[in-house]
Design a protein around this ligand. Structure first.
Ligand code: SME
Length: 163
């Protein structure tokens, strides 16, 4: 109990350090990616009290002018937009550029997709398959400005590598 309280009151890095082995053990025992994404979204959301925590998956399309889109996956938080094209918004940019995007003020990000006016800052981390292709993104939104920094980037990239 004392240990649990210490973690709950600890620094952001302490919380991520405590969460990582828990996520690892859950992911190791389950091969279904959607189930793992659902639990990871829940664990991050509950631990940090983010505004919105979830995944968008890269899905192949048929009969459209483009071949793939991000489609909403497991998440915690309010209703969100369901499809995002490559290069659009923060998620589509993280996918197109294959890099983590840390956005301290979403109003300053050209083309930001405002699913909710309450969202003020966000971080988006790409997930990869064994060939190194982006298969999904982890998208976390905060209702405060400048919530995310290099610490979040470091630990969330470690979490993304487990999926
Ligand atoms: N803000 C994202 C869209 C998804 S919602 O925030 C859940 C973006 O611009 O990519």
């Amino acid at each position: 109990m004392a240990e649990h309280l210490e973690i709950a009151n600890g620094s952001k890095a302490d919380k991520y350090a405590a969460l990582l082995p828990q996520i690892k053990s859950i992911v190791e025992d389950e091969h279904d990616l959607i189930a793992c994404m659902a639990n990871v979204a829940s664990m991050l959301h509950e631990t940090f009290g983010f505004w919105w925590t979830g995944f968008y998956r890269v899905i192949d399309l048929q009969g459209a002018g483009h071949t793939q889109e991000l489609v909403l996956g497991p998440f915690q938080g309010p209703l969100a937009c369901t499809r995002i094209r490559k290069g659009r918004g923060v998620c589509g940019t993280a996918w197109a550029e294959d890099q983590t995007m840390v956005v301290p003020d979403v109003n300053q990000f050209p083309g930001h997709i405002a699913c909710s006016s309450a969202s003020k800052s966000e971080i988006v981390v790409p997930l990869h398959n064994a060939e190194g292709h982006v298969t999904a993104v982890l998208d976390i939104d905060s209702d405060q400005f400048a919530t995310f920094d290099e610490t979040d980037k470091l630990w969330l990239e470690k979490i993304a590598e487990l999926l």
